[in-house]
Design a protein. Structure first.
Length: 167
């Protein structure tokens, strides 16, 4: 893909942070890589956050994305859990920002709607669509599939903005 850009998608979590890189050239998408960052669960919060940040930095160094996209924090009734998830999201989000990459943010419902057509889709439906749109991705774990979905959503959003600007 000669005019392709690489997009890093991130699905942040304190236990597991999914990441996925896609190449987008217009409406053509190609799978580049994906994986899951597992922060050490027994470590103090500061060390877990550092592990997430360093691992995302390593992904950026290895796969050289041009842009990044991250899922927004889902607010739960448990304020402590939401705050910890926000910490993990910040740790992941700082890596592309420090690398000079633009970072887009998408609500989970927006990502689901972009892939499945409904914001109420479940993880299985999202994973199914990721596998259909990126057949060479194999069968990524739920966290990696969600991250690839974020990257696909961003590619679609970029395309829509480009078409709107051309009109």
């Amino acid at each position: 893909m000669p005019n392709a850009i690489r997009i890093l998608g991130l699905d942040p979590g304190l236990r597991r942070t999914g990441w996925g890189v896609v190449s987008a050239d217009g409406s053509r998408l190609a799978h580049v890589a994906h994986g899951v960052i597992a922060a050490p669960e027994a470590a103090p919060l500061s060390e877990r956050l550092l592990a997430i940040h360093q691992a995302v930095c390593a992904v950026i160094a290895r796969w050289a994305p041009d842009e990044a996209a991250i899922e927004e924090t889902f607010v739960t009734a448990n304020g402590s859990s939401t705050l910890k998830l926000g910490h993990a999201r910040a740790a992941a989000m700082l890596a592309p920002a420090a690398a000079g990459l633009p970072v887009a943010e998408y609500a989970a419902k927006v990502v689901k709607k972009a892939l499945v057509g409904t914001g109420a889709a479940d993880k299985g439906q999202v994973a199914f669509m990721v596998a259909r749109l990126l057949p060479t991705s194999g069968a990524p774990t739920a966290d990696a599939a969600d991250a690839l979905a974020v990257a696909i959503c961003h590619a679609s959003s970029r395309r829509a903005r480009a078409l709107g600007a051309a009109a």
